[in-house]
Design a protein around this ligand. Structure first.
Ligand SMILES: Cc1ncc(COP(=O)(O)O)c(C=O)c1O
Length: 424
């Protein structure tokens, strides 16, 4: 797998009861049924630690930055703490962490800045597997004469066609934009290897880690990528986006900014006033993962070691659920599965799957399940290149089931019986 090693900390099995206790919204009921949140790829639920941090911010530290009074100083300390937590999360330095509204907005801002230095005929490589937030911002540079090359997939298992990728990276390539994991079919891409290919051609590497972030640890140092973006609301935090950028690039490229705003890092990239109460929540989301790690592997005390221990346990739990889910899905008559099904290849995927039922649109299926308290997603989830390539875009796209560490075997059973009932 292209994931960084999950370190040698030995982790205990996940304490699901403790985990679920941390997420108050998991107790919600719909039509008399417990809500089963299988919609994590569209945004996860948040633990109470995150809610408390946002509440605490608004109560005790609600002020703008760098003021000469107490609540402003508290605000600055909270943002600094959250930045430190994200630096642990990415494995980088604090000044290489940029906060922003969401991954899409950050990536458009970055593409505009990088685009200032590109000339007609320069090339950017994108993929068929990616969310459009890692395609459209680069395609926007076609206005400047930049040529976009799109890497194909192997349709049979929805993995990237690496031979095609090698052909598409040329001496003219200035940037390669690839997702860490597909938000539609769960494929994990070999991003470390792709980064080496990009660098060998003298190109920059941008990784969209939005979908990967709740499933595995990110290590920008060992990946050696130039930029990596993700969205805390997909890993148990609030609705925001974050970017890692190598310091040399964050200093070299020129973002569009207002003149009085500081030119130092990372401020020059954080346009306008940030949603500071939510940044407080980002710090708490990373702290929650670290707390989980300390419970899974008590010797793992320091921030990053604890994060790695947490991911080791959550990955085991997610893979156990996946081993229950996929055979159950494949046994449903008329169900078509998109992506890797072979358990010996699970290291190439995460616990997000997409399917279609014969004679039913994904929306009809999602509605049937939703009425029974089982939350899935239908459509293209903005992975438009993929749904077009799989020829399902015209007929409603796909049905997505996303499992994260707070999901249970009982929820997977409920989903499978719901689908069996609907398909019958
Ligand atoms: C893989 C992937 N990339 C990018 C995005 C866009 O993220 P944001 O909503 O933070 O702009 C999403 C959102 O679903 C996603 O799943």
């Amino acid at each position: 797998m292209s994931t960084p090693a999950l370190h040698d900390t030995s982790s205990k099995p996940l304490d699901t009861a403790w985990v679920r206790e941390q997420f108050p919204s998991l107790k919600l009921q719909v039509n008399g049924q417990h809500a089963a949140f299988l919609d994590g790829p569209a945004g996860t639920q948040v633990p109470k630690q995150v809610m408390e941090a946002i509440h605490n911010y608004l109560l005790n530290a609600n002020a703008n930055t760098c003021g000469a009074f107490e609540t402003s100083r508290r605000n600055d300390a909270i943002i600094d703490g959250a930045r430190g937590a994200m630096a642990d999360f990415f494995h980088c330095d604090k000044d290489e962490v940029v906060f922003g509204q969401n991954m899409t907005t950050i990536t458009f801002a970055l593409s505009r800045a990088i685009g200032r230095e590109l000339k007609p005929g320069d090339e950017i490589v994108v993929t068929t597997l990616d969310h459009d937030a890692n395609v459209a911002p680069w395609r926007a540079l076609e206005e400047k004469g930049v040529v976009i090359r799109q890497v194909d997939i192997h349709e049979a298992d929805c993995t990237l066609d690496l031979d095609d990728l090698r052909k598409k990276i040329t001496a003219k390539t200035k940037l390669v934009a690839v997702g860490y994991a597909s938000n539609a079919v769960g494929t994990i891409n070999p991003v470390a290897e792709i980064t080496r290919l990009a660098h060998a051609a003298g190109a920059l590497m941008f990784i969209d880690a939005v979908h990967y972030a709740p499933h595995g640890p990110i290590d920008v140092r060992s990946l050696d990528c130039d930029f990596l973006a993700c969205s805390p609301y997909k890993f148990f935090g609030p609705h925001m986006g974050t970017l890692y950028g190598k310091r040399e690039h964050l200093l070299r490229f020129k973002p569009y900014k207002v003149r009085p705003a500081p030119d130092r890092l990372p401020d020059r990239w954080e346009t306008g006033t940030q949603v500071q109460e939510l940044i407080a929540g980002i710090g708490a989301a990373v702290d929650y993962i670290a707390e989980l790690g300390r419970r899974c592997a008590p010797p793992a005390r320091a921030g990053r070691t604890a994060l790695l221990a947490a991911y080791k346990s959550t990955r085991q739990h997610e893979m156990a659920l996946l081993s229950q889910l996929i055979p159950g899905l494949l046994a449903i008559p008329g169900l078509k599965f998109f992506g890797i099904t072979d358990a010996t290849r699970f290291d190439e995927r995460c616990s997000t799957v997409s399917v279609r039922l014969a004679n039913h649109t994904p929306t009809e299926t999602a509605k049937f399940l939703g009425d029974r308290g089982i939350f899935t997603w239908d459509g293209n989830y903005y992975a438009l290149n993929l749904t077009e390539r799989l020829s399902v875009e015209q007929t409603g796209g796909l049905l997505r089931i996303g499992l994260v560490h707070y999901n249970t075997a009982e929820e997977v059973d409920r989903l499978l019986s719901g689908l069996r009932e609907f398909a019958a």
